[in-house]
Design a protein around this ligand. Structure first.
Ligand code: SAM
Length: 190
């Protein structure tokens, strides 16, 4: 298949936005795949801040980072992403070049603990303040579960109304897939 699937496309966008030595955020660390990816992008001179509300996510992510000797690059927070601005030091505000939200529930974990539009939107609003110019936020939206569909609708309503002078908003989606495959919303700060 020549067309990029959703996660490779998300990583391609982050790869364009985030360079060695820069600051990036994983807003939903889960099992740590995106945190590891961001840590390899920023390298030893950069910094990644990762958030999750579940201890299991922190443990899984810490283990992955340690096994790849990336642990010193990442600061892990057992805390909702709606607190991003309090956690990321003000010296980094305006310097964050990329962020990812992989929404929904922790794979292999408790499916009743899911991301919610209200906190996701609160985090996006904070990120838009602390992102650098041309910094990118990538949202991977899973809408196959009932709460995911609600979150999708609220997020679409929100991102469609972001002032085009402030950001470019892209939707990347396979539109003929059965079972509601995930899709991407990418927001680039102007
Ligand atoms: N990116 C992850 C990976 O690479 O494995 C997958 C993330 S998983 C689909 C979604 C995660 O969001 C879950 O681990 C869940 O606990 C977390 N989550 C839910 N609400 C959150 C919040 N307010 N702030 C941060 N994380 C949250």
């Amino acid at each position: 298949m020549k067309l990029d699937r959703v996660i490779p496309f998300a990583h391609q966008l982050l790869g364009k936005a985030v360079s060695n030595g820069e600051i990036a955020i994983d807003a939903t660390m889960g099992n740590g795949h995106d945190t590891v990816f961001l840590a390899t992008l920023v390298g030893d001179n950069g910094k990644v801040f990762s958030f999750d509300i579940q201890k299991d996510a922190l443990h899984a992510t810490k283990e992955k980072l340690t096994s790849q000797k990336l642990q010193d690059i990442v600061s892990l927070h057992l805390c909702g992403h709606e607190h991003i601005m309090e956690i990321v030091p003000s010296t980094y505000h305006g310097k964050v070049s990329g962020a990812i939200f992989n929404l929904g529930y922790l794979p292999g974990g408790d499916k009743s603990i899911v991301t919610k539009a209200e906190t996701t939107i609160a985090a996006i609003e904070q990120l838009l303040q602390i992102l650098s110019k041309e910094g990118v936020i990538v949202l991977v939206i899973y809408h196959g579960h009932p709460e995911g569909a609600i979150e999708r609708d609220k997020l679409i309503a929100y991102v469609e109304n972001i002032d085009q002078q402030k950001a470019h908003v892209l939707r990347y989606q396979f539109i003929n897939g059965i079972n509601n495959p995930p899709f991407i919303i990418a927001i680039e700060k102007r």
